[in-house]
Write a protein that binds this ligand. Structure first.
Ligand code: GDP
Ligand code: MG
Length: 436
């Protein structure tokens, strides 16, 4: 029993620090996460500084802990930077068809995206036409045709290698055949290239697309930002499609691109199949970027299981040295509800460093609970009165031995001392104070 108790006390001490997030450590971890998610260094640095300021100035509302508060500020800020809400395609036009044009490097996923978008629009009651204006490689035209067949959407192509002519005739054909949206696939190069840019500019000038979308592979990391900037300088596109987010890419380029070109990211491509297209939601991407810890589930779990109000009361009782066995019992109940505190701790950036790692799963609270349950109310409030005969009675009542009761009382006393100093220590060092 003794070892287990010791573990419990350590665990409780750990829990007390859940509310004492050291913002410096948290921010350092967050910055690291941003960098490993491919966020541009300058963007990450600026972001962390802004969040720190915001967090420091902010009152912590009563119902959440400082840890949750920091997490929320960080993910809100990320969401905001990435546009707040999804910006849908704007296909309003006085004269049909509406035109969507894509641009981007070769291999970024333009052709695949065109088909995915066509399928999506069709599902929404539109009648799209795909136009194969990537005229230089026969394989590119075939690829679009194959995809068109697969989703049962017509594909317009010419045998001539003339992108502008193909595009114009494609639009005419759409008008004739009642297609209300034209999606123009274009040629890319492996690198930013003058010929490619000139052609894309010409297509844009002549077609005047309702939506010119820049398609970029999230896997190319930092390079995505530079490419986005070059394309935006030349084409002033309307939105971004981030592709290959099904891979290892953690989506940091979404943040950097948005910061650098200030254009909304409208879609994200998450696989090779025609259904693997998602609308881009900044809040979800924020979570993904913060993938170092499952932030959202932490907050949810904490809200569900941790009675923060109780914990806070207990802490203030601790400070006043009023912590008693009833509080201890409450804490045990909370720990039990929460399952493994270690699991919880690991979900929060920064916290995992502050709380010693130990495997506390499977810890048996039953004897402790039984002992405390066997005490009278008065005994729990003032354990000092528990003399020899009371100890014997409690042991009998709880099915434990007197030694176990003794041990619990002794450990409780030590814990109370220890928790008092932990609370004082962390209180003096912390930057964000919960309101009481
Ligand atoms: P384009 O040269 O810009 O037209 O690029 P493609 O559409 O031909 O795509 C290049 C390659 O990337 C193809 O093999 C696609 O199947 C693949 N691809 C496109 N989008 C995605 C994606 O979201 N995830 C994955 N895993 N592969 C993709
Ligand atoms: Mg292509």
């Amino acid at each position: 029993l003794s070892d287990k108790l010791e573990a419990t006390f350590k665990k409780l001490a750990g829990q007390a620090t859940i509310n004492e997030v050291n913002i410096g450590i948290a921010m350092r971890d967050i910055k690291r996460a941003l960098l490993s998610a491919d966020v541009n260094y300058k963007v990450a640095k600026k972001f962390v500084e802004e969040v720190r300021e915001k967090a420091l100035g902010q009152d912590v509302v009563k119902s959440v802990s400082p840890a949750q508060m920091i997490v929320k500020i960080v993910s809100d800020e990320l969401t905001e930077i990435m546009g707040g809400e999804n910006k849908p395609l704007d296909l309003n036009t006085k004269k049909l068809p509406a035109i969507v044009m894509v641009a981007g490097l070769q291999g970024s996923g333009k052709t695949t995206f065109c088909a995915k978008l066509a399928k999506r629009l069709k599902k929404n009651g539109k009648h799209p036409l795909l136009v194969a204006a990537d005229v230089y490689r026969p394989a590119a035209v075939d690829q679009l045709k194959t995809l068109g067949e697969q989703i049962d959407v017509p594909v317009f192509a010419l045998s001539e290698q003339d992108a502008l002519k193909t595009a114009h005739q494609g639009v005419d054909s759409a008008r004739k055949n009642g297609n209300d949206v034209v999606i123009v696939d274009t040629a890319g190069r492996l690198q930013v290239d003058e010929d490619m840019m000139v052609e894309a500019e010409a297509l844009k000038d002549q077609l005047k697309p309702e939506e010119l979308l820049f398609v970029v592979d999230a896997m190319i990391g930092q390079e995505a930002v530079n490419t986005a900037k070059v394309f935006n300088d030349r084409l002033d596109f309307d939105g971004v499609v981030l592709t290959k987010l099904d891979g290892d890419a953690r989506g940091g380029s979404a943040l950097s691109i948005k910061q650098v070109v200030d254009k909304p990211i409208k879609f994200m491509s998450v696989g090779e199949k025609v259904d693997d297209l998602d609308v881009f939601y900044p809040d979800r991407m924020a979570q993904r970027i913060l993938g170092m810890g499952d932030i959202v589930s932490f907050v949810e779990k904490a809200q569900e299981t941790l009675d923060l109000e109780k914990t806070r009361k207990m802490q203030s009782r601790l400070l006043k040295n009023e912590f008693d066995l009833d509080d201890f019992f409450d804490q045990l109940q909370q720990l039990k509800k929460m399952g493994s505190i270690q699991g919880l701790v690991e979900m929060v950036p920064g916290l995992n460093k502050m709380i010693p790692k130990q495997d506390l799963d499977g810890l048996d609270f039953k004897p402790i609970e039984a002992i405390i349950s066997s005490m009278t109310k008065q005994e729990r409030a003032t354990p000092e009165i528990i003399n020899g005969s009371r100890r014997q009675r409690i042991a009998n009542g709880s099915g434990t031995r007197v030694q176990d009761v003794n041990m619990l009382l002794k450990q409780f006393k030590e814990m109370k001392k220890m928790m008092g100093s932990v609370t004082k220590m962390t209180n003096s060092g912390r930057k964000i104070l919960p309101q009481n």
